[in-house]
Ligand binder design. Structure first.
Ligand code: SPV
Ligand code: MG
Length: 432
């Protein structure tokens, strides 16, 4: 009996998959390589069913003899462990993101004389509709809880700044394949700096909450991934409780509020401008009031500590972290504007000695040499890339505007521009 290997990267089983299993079973004994939750998140989206549930479903399909874990999109590790005689796959992977995976499968099979059998991919329209039902991930009640769920599956989560529909789409859809693994962002950060900058305004809480909510809505309309709002100081306690309810209703997963008071300036100014830190007592009551106002169990209020930014010292930062968690904060964001990550690492180590579970968030704009892998290892749960799309997009637009003015025509700017055909088809007409 030949050993036949089929990889499954889905939690929506339809007739197309059953057909693949039937055909595979005719070739021998079928082993399913079931993609891990983490690999599913990086390859497609967060699975709606856990690995264990998916395993039980797939195991009970007629024709399946065994189910094994496939940790990453690359088959290499499992092929070199189980040495199947045949790998079966639909012929849809000849092009697209999976192409290098296919090439690697062919290479590894060659090492020991295995064979690849490709079967016609089922293009039944109903299957496509079923897959697209993932659009329901965008429904507020489902989207809201996904940040917490993902934090249990992956560490750290990688979050990208978005301030419009199109930047939201970039955060939603950008995918990179590297060494047999796929990488995607896990959600969006609606930054006060970038939202204000996009509106040509300074980052001083001048863009009001109604306008911030409109930005969130624009992003939500075209994406499904979880959203974290940069809530600045949260404003007056009496206003913050309303903001919490609004964000919950919209399906936002978390708000991060910073312990500053008075006219807020961007943290990266540090002590170059006058900024006042809130008292522990007052900020703690803001957190408690927000938690009390909250109506869903999934929404998160994350407290952001500005002690290192304002040079108030490590002990102050740690004392505040402890107090904010006691006041009900669901997570702590520790901020720094130093290039050297030492103070972030010191905070993380000392915080984790006492508190193993409260999620920790960092925004490595200045300390940008640290990799996500290292942050994760040191106990960080969420890494936010807070402003890179705005900082790269703005100089590109400025350069184009200058080139048009300098040449008194647009020809010279054309090389810097996306082809017209591409921009016209960038956003498909049909709603997904
Ligand atoms: C933002 O993105 O607006 C932030 C992070 O609050 S920072 O700019 O580093 O203060
Ligand atoms: Mg901000």
């Amino acid at each position: 009996m030949k050993k036949v290997y089929v990889c499954f990267a889905t939690d929506i089983i339809h007739g197309g998959h059953i057909k693949v299993i039937k055909q595979a079973a005719q070739l021998g004994s079928v082993m399913i390589g079931l993609l891990s939750d983490e690999a599913m998140i990086d390859y497609k989206r967060m699975p709606m069913l856990s690995f264990e549930e998916r395993r039980q479903i797939v195991e009970s399909i007629k024709g399946v003899d065994s189910v094994v874990l496939q940790e990453e999109l690359s088959y290499a590790k499992n092929l070199r462990t189980y040495y199947p005689d045949i790998v079966v796959h639909g012929n849809d992977w000849v092009t697209g993101i999976q192409r290098p995976i296919r090439e690697e499968v062919i290479e590894v099979l060659k090492e020991y004389g295995g064979e690849l059998v490709e079967i016609p991919y089922s293009s039944d329209k109903n299957y496509k509709i079923l897959e697209e039902s993932i659009a329901r991930l965008a429904i507020p009640d489902i989207r809201r809880g996904r940040l917490r769920q993902m934090m249990n599956l992956k560490k750290p989560l990688s979050i990208l700044e978005a301030h419009s529909g199109i930047t939201g789409l970039i955060a939603e859809k950008t995918i990179v394949m590297q060494n047999g693994k796929t990488y995607q962002f896990d959600g969006m950060w609606v930054s006060s700096l970038c939202d204000s900058t996009a509106k040509g305004k300074p980052d001083i809480e001048l863009v009001d909450m109604s306008s911030r909510i409109k930005t969130i809505d624009d992003i939500m309309e075209v994406t499904t991934k979880p959203i974290i709002l940069d809530g600045d100081t949260g404003g007056l306690i009496e206003h913050f409780v309303y903001t919490v309810r609004t964000l919950e209703r919209m399906g936002v997963s978390a708000v991060i509020i910073e312990d500053k008071t008075g006219l807020k300036k961007n943290s990266l100014f540090g002590t170059d401008v006058e900024q006042t830190q809130d008292s522990i007592e007052h900020f703690s009551s803001k957190i408690s009031a927000g938690k009390k106002a909250q109506r869903t169990k999934e929404f998160m209020i994350i407290a952001r500590i500005e002690s290192l930014i304002l040079e108030k010292g490590m002990d102050d930062a740690l004392l505040r972290a402890d107090s904010y968690v006691k006041a009900g904060a669901d997570g702590i964001m520790i901020h720094s504007r130093k290039k050297d990550p030492a103070e972030i690492f010191e905070f993380t180590k000392k915080f984790r000695e006492k508190d193993k579970h409260t999620p920790l968030v960092v925004v490595p704009t200045s300390f940008n040499t640290v990799t996500e892998e290292e942050f994760g290892r040191r106990g960080i749960n969420i890494v936010i890339y807070a402003n890179q799309l705005t900082r790269s997009g703005f100089p590109a637009m400025q350069k184009t505007a200058q080139a048009i003015l300098e040449n008194h025509r647009a020809k010279e700017a054309d090389d810097m521009c996306m082809p017209i055909k591409e921009i016209l088809t960038l956003i498909p007409e049909e709603i997904v």
